[in-house]
Design a protein around this ligand. Structure first.
Ligand code: Z5A
Length: 216
């Protein structure tokens, strides 16, 4: 059963690190606000008191002993909390919700990256999300070297960023497989372009989708 938002509109931004998801989610939220459209901007893992504690455990560079299964369960726990506390109530009020990462990140990182069975990931996801799915996913794609270089420039290093290029290559492949299998929901944005061009491309896709649904 898929419980798509009845009144609101749920958008996820996905991609490997350094593709510009955080920058783009703020831009899209501001652009919607300028049109008078209320928007909840959120991110994963975190954005609740409990979720931020889980985030600290997940991303701490010292937690090298964390098993892949623990990692998978913690991402799902943070997501369940965020959905119950913030996302579902906002969608029920008819709001637009933009999340910086959602379930596709688990499929790409823990599934394709870590090698955990994709069916197991899907069944855990249906428990954690109660089958709530984004209406639209913008997948920001850039080569791994560029993404990691952008993050190093701002001195951003966490436990997953310490993984080698082979891991990040599998994750990027995973995201592209998700897009290939779900062309109705997932739209790929070329994130190698200059910032303003990526912003315009993302806005074009989002505004067109919203127009189709009579939301703009
Ligand atoms: N993870 C997981 O494994 N499983 C899951 O289920 C979930 C997550 C939900 C969360 O880290 C980590 O958890 C992440 C995936 C994993 N691990 N990794 N690695 P996070 O939340 O701290 O970070 P992130 O989600 O990976 O995003 P990021 O690293 O912060 O990058 P970003 O949001 O995509 O990019 P940004 O912060 O907007 O931009 C980075 C820099 O690039 C910044 O200086 C920008 O000004 C610059 N930038 C952005 N766009 C451009 C363009 N177009 N040109 C030039 N420069 C640009």
């Amino acid at each position: 059963m898929q419980v798509n938002s009845k009144a609101g509109f749920f958008i996820s931004l996905e991609g490997i690190e350094g593709t510009g998801k955080t920058t783009q989610s703020a831009y899209l939220s501001d652009r919607l606000a300028a049109l008078g459209l209320g928007c909840l901007l959120t991110h994963e893992p975190g954005d609740t008191v409990i979720g931020e504690k889980i985030r600290e455990v997940l991303l701490h560079t010292g937690h090298k002993e964390m098993t892949f299964m623990t990692e998978l369960l913690l991402y799902n726990a943070a997501r369940a909390q965020l959905l119950d506390e913030k996302i579902r109530p906002a969608l029920a009020r008819g709001m637009i919700v933009i999340t910086d990462r959602f379930s596709d990140s688990t499929v790409a990182y823990q599934g394709y990256g870590r090698g955990i069975d994709l069916e197991l990931i899907a069944s855990l996801d249906s428990i954690a999300t109660q089958c709530t799915k984004p209406d639209l996913t913008l997948l920001f794609d850039v080569d791994i070297e560029t993404g990691l270089r952008r993050n190093r420039k701002i001195n951003k290093i966490d436990r997953l960023e310490l993984e080698d290029i082979a891991f990040h290559t599998k994750v990027r492949h995973g995201f592209n497989e998700i897009a290939r299998k779900d062309t109705g929901r997932v739209r790929i944005i070329d994130a190698s372009l200059p910032l303003e061009e990526v912003q315009e491309a993302a806005w074009k896709v989002l505004s067109e989708e919203m127009k189709k649904k009579g939301l703009l």
